[in-house]
Design a protein around this ligand. Structure first.
Ligand SMILES: NC(=O)c1ccc[n+]([C@@H]2O[C@H](COP(=O)([O-])OP(=O)(O)OC[C@H]3O[C@@H](n4cnc5c(N)ncnc54)[C@H](OP(=O)(O)O)[C@@H]3O)[C@@H](O)[C@H]2O)c1
Length: 267
């Protein structure tokens, strides 16, 4: 995915739909200004609730939030009593998945890359979390989900996710959101085969993406997310850096796990 969402304020306009001072989310790449005919506008975000920062326009109210909400509600169809595991729990999508799921009466466990991040995701609302760099999936799940995990929101893919699948309950369902563990691989990433386990345990895995699956539901999800945010049930957790020149280092840092929540660059 080579999309770079930007939150834009319109300063000059001849466009009937986007007058001056419109706040738009656009696929603009990395830049400080520019011209547009409006065809690359993803969303208009002028009515962000007062208790939420405007940067939520590229976080909980844009690709990040829509992806999280769609995966939880439309793909996993989460319901009270489920036990959900979320990988990449401390990241942009992960922090929203955990919060949305916790509003629905289920147990939510996260995996992330440091002890500091475990504390962070618990402060976000996760019931518990483990460090995938120091604990095995099977040991962690024995301890944190004694009755097993029936749903998995997968942000990372690879060997970690194969280990999760091996440890899921019969009938388990997986929302395949992304595979960040392989994005920087110099050789094709490999992971243990899971199809045998999935067949024997009648499990299912569904991929989904913001470009093809979510647009038809974007408006209803935005309304739902605005309600959750206005009620204080979903917050925008963000890792903000300042200055156009910090864009490359922030992006590389995000892939290395430096961000807690949504990585946002203020220009
Ligand atoms: N399907 C869609 O339409 C859609 C839309 C948006 C995003 N996504 C996907 O959702 C996932 C999360 O995206 P995001 O924007 O929220 O990023 P993010 O989670 O904020 O940042 C990436 C995180 O991945 C973790 N990570 C890096 N290398 C890892 C590895 N080898 N194994 C496990 N974790 C690793 C790091 O956290 P740790 O410190 O915990 O390792 C890092 O903070 C990505 O896979 C992205 O492609 C999909």
């Amino acid at each position: 995915m080579n999309q770079r969402a930007g939150l834009i304020r319109v300063t000059k306009s001849r466009h009937p739909k986007y007058p001056v001072d419109s706040i738009l989310v656009m696929n603009v790449g990395w830049r400080t200004g520019g011209k547009s005919d409006g065809s690359d506008v993803w969303y208009v975000r002028t009515d962000i609730p007062k208790n939420v920062p405007m940067s939520a326009g590229v976080g909980i109210f844009a690709m990040t939030g829509l992806t999280a909400y769609y995966g939880v509600n439309y793909v996993l169809k989460l319901k009270a009593g489920d036990t959900l595991l979320v990988s990449g729990a401390a990241g942009a999508v992960g922090t929203v998945v955990g919060q949305v799921a916790k509003t629905m009466g289920c147990r939510v466990i996260g995996s992330c890359g440091s002890e500091e991040k475990i504390k962070f995701v618990k402060s976000v609302g996760y019931d518990d979390a483990f460090n995938y760099k120091t604990e095995s999936v099977s040991e962690a799940l024995k301890k944190l989900a004694p009755n097993g995990v029936n749903l998995y929101f997968d942000n990372v893919g690879g060997s970690f996710s194969s280990a999760v699948i091996e440890n899921m309950n019969k009938g388990g369902r997986i929302a395949c959101c992304g595979a960040v563990s392989s994005y920087n691989s110099k050789v094709p990433a490999q992971a243990p085969v899971v199809q045998g386990t999935m067949a024997l345990r009648s499990m299912s895995m569904q991929g989904f993406n913001i470009f093809d699956d979510i647009p038809a539901h974007a408006d209803e999800i935005y309304v739902a997310m605005k309600k959750l945010a206005a009620e204080g049930k979903v917050k925008q957790y963000e890792y903000v850096t300042d200055g156009f020149e910090t864009l490359p280092s922030t992006f590389i840092g995000m892939l290395q796990g430096k961000n807690f929540g949504k990585a946002v660059v203020k220009i």
